[in-house]
Design a protein around this ligand. Structure first.
Ligand code: DC
Length: 220
């Protein structure tokens, strides 16, 4: 079974994806990690995430192992890391190179411990539209920019990172704008996606709603 969960930053995709993966014995692929890894490679080497040639080279050299190694750096999940990821993700050549790595993951899905799994939950921006257009279930998870910025702000503070709500809100809107307006695979719901607005829902409610939809579609 392939489930895709797309939507803007901090809409709650990751938490939902991990819970669904656990419940339905699926591997989990957070596809934002590949763009974060490419962006961080550039920042680490003093290059600009707007440098298309450098980003294309970093994308071509990216492996799963390198991505996991980079993900252990504190900057990986920082606001600067998110901005760099969003910039490299707007480059069509970078997206083209990284597409196969994402699609190949479904051929032999494994848990982080190396166990064989029954499918994949993908989370990202274009997993239902471009990466897995034939997915069994597609969700588009969204929430207002204010609610998402507050969630991200609290997450940064919990991690002991400095954060200012107004800055996070401005960055959230900037990323939304870039992710939705880029020419290549812009952020938008797949035509057959189920849209869930989580602005007034907690994670337990979102999870229950997603399970109800999956069970009705796949297990009835
Ligand atoms: O989900 P995230 O915040 O980790 O994603 C970081 C950036 O990567 C996001 O701003 C846009 C990009 N991205 C993308 O373009 N396509 C995906 N499938 C996943 C992420």
């Amino acid at each position: 079974m392939i489930i895709t969960i797309d939507g803007p930053a901090a809409a709650g995709k990751g938490t939902l994806a991990q819970r669904l993966a656990e419940k339905y014995r699926l591997a989990y692929f957070d596809t934002g990690m590949i763009y974060r890894a490419v962006g961080l490679e550039l920042l680490n080497s003093g290059q600009s995430p707007d440098d298309a040639a450098a980003a294309t080279e970093a994308a071509a050299e990216l492996t799963f192992a390198k991505m996991l190694r980079l993900s252990r750096q504190p900057e990986f999940r920082s606001a600067a890391g998110g901005q760099a990821a969003s910039k490299v993700a707007a480059l069509p050549e970078v997206r083209k190179i990284l597409l196969k790595m994402q699609q190949d993951f479904a051929l032999n899905p494994k848990s982080p411990e190396g166990e064989n799994m029954d499918g994949v939950v993908y989370d990202g921006r274009d997993t239902g539209t471009v990466v897995c257009p034939g997915a069994d279930i597609k969700f588009f998870i969204t929430a207002s920019p204010e609610v998402r910025a507050m969630r991200r702000h609290k997450e940064y503070l919990q991690k002991g990172m400095a954060s200012d709500y107004n800055d996070v809100l401005a960055q959230t809107k900037e990323r939304d704008q870039r992710d939705s307006s880029r020419a290549s695979a812009p952020l938008k719901p797949a035509e057959d996606a189920v849209i869930i607005d989580t602005s007034d829902m907690d994670i337990a409610e979102v999870f229950a709603e997603a399970c109800r939809i999956i069970d009705a579609k796949c297990f009835n």
